[in-house]
Design a protein around this ligand. Structure first.
Ligand SMILES: [Fe+2]
Ligand SMILES: [Fe+2]
Length: 358
């Protein structure tokens, strides 16, 4: 009997088949999707590396200068979680990256430097520490640094999800019409809107101009491309005396001002305040998350792993892993920025969340 089974398996393998009985435990125990682990990338390790990169890698090497947080447990070495790509970019003074668009939703969250900008669909979005800039799928964008110091930001994309769906596409051929109506290929976009149009039109919540077309580019995401840290921090602090979420403390989602939903179709963005000494309860959800600490110090427990974080440290929580957060300080606030793939899971009716007992 064993000989026959082996013979069938060999025949199957030779013809690119496999018997379910050979892998049933992996399939039903979801072993095939495992591999991604909780992991923290320390800023005191990454920062000097970014300095070396800024001196020795040119923008032309990949059109951008980026270090990717490559999950040590992952099969695909340029993925941070099963669906999220977390990376860090550095632009030296005066550098520009050419215009492009892609089928991935992308974002940047500024860590250092005040001269960075992204031009998105004709709007120049300036940025400084803690500001969130989103480039929803299908929006043309180009980046640069017009300051005197290097600019460093965190990028989070849904690239692994889009790659796994086999629909990742990057376009670099961008054309603009000149005054005579002739189309010419351009390296950078012409500015067609006032600087920081997003802030002007959308940042005072509760007032939506009805004389504006809110569709921007080929995007199904938020038409508000910039979310300021000063406004997010002020909003968190206005609510700091409330009870907050048992799992996240005082937490806010950055939302699409048109419909109150997540700012991209696949990813949602949050910022949270953990008050001095605050320790949350544990939960787990089918979504995965990427985090960056903006201020303060604390610990996040993910299963058996303890991730101890401080300013600019980044970490990931894989899909389904139980986790809880702690602000270690008795005096200092802690602020965490995070990106989640929960909207993608919800669109597919795959989102589940549950409390975990200690
Ligand atoms: Fe991009
Ligand atoms: Fe969570």
């Amino acid at each position: 009997m064993e000989g026959i089974k082996e013979s069938i398996a060999a025949q199957a393998a030779a013809n690119s088949f496999i018997g379910l009985w050979q892998i049933v435990n992996e399939v039903e125990g979801a072993q095939l999707q495992k591999g991604f682990v909780p992991h923290l990338w320390r800023w005191d390790v990454l920062k000097p590396l970014m300095g070396e990169v800024s001196k020795n890698i040119t923008l032309q090497d990949a059109d951008r200068r980026v270090i990717i947080m490559s999950n040590p447990g992952a099969r695909h070495k340029h993925h941070s979680t099963n669906t999220l790509y977390l990376s860090c970019s550095i632009y030296n003074a005066g550098e520009l990256a050419p215009v492009h668009r892609h089928t991935s939703n992308a974002s940047r969250f500024v860590l250092e430097g005040a001269g960075g900008f992204t031009t998105i669909e004709g709007e120049k979005c300036t940025m400084s520490r803690g500001d969130l800039i989103i480039t929803p799928a299908g929006t043309w964008h180009d980046h640069g640094n017009e300051g005197d110091e290097p600019v460093i930001w965190v990028d989070v994309l849904d690239l692994p999800l889009v790659e796994n769906l086999a629909v990742s596409e990057f376009e670099f051929e961008y054309f603009e019409k000149d005054d005579s109506g002739k189309e010419t290929r351009k390296e950078y976009q012409r500015l067609t809107l006032p600087d920081n149009y997003s802030t002007m039109v959308y940042s005072s919540g509760g007032f939506l101009p009805t004389f504006i077309n809110h569709e921007r580019g080929r995007s199904a995401g938020s038409p508000m491309f910039v979310y300021r840290w000063s406004e997010a921090k002020a909003a968190l602090n206005r609510m700091r005396h409330m009870k907050g979420s048992p799992y996240d403390g005082i937490i806010l989602e950055y939302v699409n001002p048109i419909n109150g939903k997540a700012v991209t179709t696949t990813t949602s963005f949050h910022v949270q305040l953990l008050r001095p000494g605050e320790a949350t309860q544990a939960h787990r959800h089918t979504s995965s998350s990427a985090y960056c600490c903006l201020e303060g110090h604390g610990r996040t427990y993910v299963g058996d792993t303890v991730l101890e974080w401080g300013p600019n440290d980044m970490f990931v929580i894989p899909n389904g892993a139980p986790h809880r957060h702690e602000n270690l300080s008795g005096t200092e606030d802690a602020y965490l920025y995070s990106v989640s793939d929960a909207p993608a899971m919800k669109h597919l009716n795959l989102y589940r969340e549950e409390h975990v007992n200690p």
